[in-house]
Design a protein around this ligand. Structure first.
Ligand SMILES: NC(=O)c1ccc[n+]([C@@H]2O[C@H](COP(=O)([O-])OP(=O)(O)OC[C@H]3O[C@@H](n4cnc5c(N)ncnc54)[C@H](OP(=O)(O)O)[C@@H]3O)[C@@H](O)[C@H]2O)c1
Length: 321
């Protein structure tokens, strides 16, 4: 079957590690099933894998991809939850120290078919296209958990989303607006700031710009480049939720600011299967839909990954096998 996979790893030139070609059909052990992938979406995670971050070299070649929507062996339309818990684990899968995401230990979703544990299947709402549903398992699930589970934001509060153009960031904007928050965003790019306003942000600022007032919560996926700004943007008692560090993971911790202003810095990672089901229902109930930047055939995966590496994306890049 056709798949996009990491054949090598290259920290500086991740695209050189990518191959798009034939891979063996997936095998489903007991308790697993094979999903016929109708749409799959790209995440920064796939670039990290090609760079050699989070994917040990001895697991190569590895099919990339965490996100898929498709049809299971019984003919049901499904969305795939990417967090694979270890055998016997019960409860929040994201707290399992031995959890992996598809494409870390087991072959991923940038393929015509993928094997997944049956418990990882979530019904696809009929109102969502396969392309829309394929955006939910990583970016939208992560954004949902950051805002509502870990961040505990309330309607009427002001939230700042750093780096408007990203897959997670665009989901944060849409979900926060839907939930009745005042949504402020930053982006390095004027066109992305304009798109963020169209998507529902109330105000869009240049990255690092002084804000008119301090905010209740900040959603961080950018890391080093925006960390200081994020901490300075918060009201006393405010909350910073971080789930990514695209621009680097070792900023100054600003400890005096954290303790003196009694800020909460909270980590967040992916979400549970049940939270994914709630995200899907939320989209169905509200009419909210993921922002899709472009849909490409899987055979053109290289073009999609190159756009993501260059930051030339607003929302999600989707592939149809
Ligand atoms: N913990 C988890 O479970 C989890 C889940 C999903 C994602 N993540 C992580 O979160 C990050 C974002 O993921 P994604 O898939 O949304 O990636 P993406 O679509 O590639 O978005 C990255 C965004 O970050 C901003 N950015 C990048 N470099 C920047 C810089 N130097 N200065 C300012 N802004 C910068 C850009 O915003 P502008 O161009 O608009 O400025 C860009 O749109 C990744 O690091 C990913 O690994 C973690």
């Amino acid at each position: 079957m056709l798949a996009a996979y990491a054949a090598r790893q290259d920290a500086d030139d991740p695209l050189s590690a990518l191959e798009v070609g034939e891979r063996p059909e997936p095998e489903a052990p007991d308790g697993w099933t094979v999903v016929d992938v109708r749409a799959t979406s790209l995440n920064h995670h796939d670039l990290w894998s090609l760079r050699g971050v989070g994917l040990p070299e001895d697991r190569l070649p590895m099919i990339l991809g965490c996100d898929a929507a498709g049809v299971d062996e019984d003919g049901h339309e499904v969305v795939v939850h990417s967090v694979v818990a270890s055998d016997g684990w019960a409860g929040d899968e994201t707290l399992d120290p031995k959890r992996t995401l598809l494409s870390e230990l087991h072959p991923g979703t940038l393929a015509e078919r993928v094997a997944v544990p049956r418990r990882n299947l979530v019904p696809k709402p009929t109102a969502l296209s396969f392309e829309e549903a394929a955006c939910l398992p990583t970016a939208w699930l992560t954004a949902y958990r950051m805002l509502f589970v870990r961040g505990g934001v309330q309607p009427g509060q002001t939230v700042l989303v750093q780096g408007a153009g990203g897959g997670v960031a665009s989901a944060l904007i849409a979900l926060a607006r839907q939930a009745g928050l005042r949504v402020w965003v930053t982006s390095r790019d004027e066109a992305k700031r304009a798109k963020a306003l169209e998507l529902g942000a109330h105000e869009a600022f240049e990255t690092g710009a002084r804000l008119p007032e301090r905010v209740d919560a900040v959603m961080e996926t950018v890391g080093e480049a925006t960390w200081k700004h994020s901490l300075r943007a918060l009201k006393p008692g405010g909350t910073l939720v971080v789930s990514g560090s695209t621009s680097g993971g070792a900023p100054s911790a600003e400890l005096q600011r954290v303790f003196f202003l009694q800020l909460s810095v909270i980590g967040s990672t992916m979400g549970t299967r049940d939270e994914l089901e709630r995200v899907a229902r939320l989209c169905e109930a509200t009419g909210l839909r993921p922002q899709i930047d472009r849909v490409l055939p899987l055979s053109e995966a290289r073009e999609g990954l190159a756009a993501m590496a260059e930051g030339d994306v607003f929302g999600k890049i989707v592939f149809s096998p």
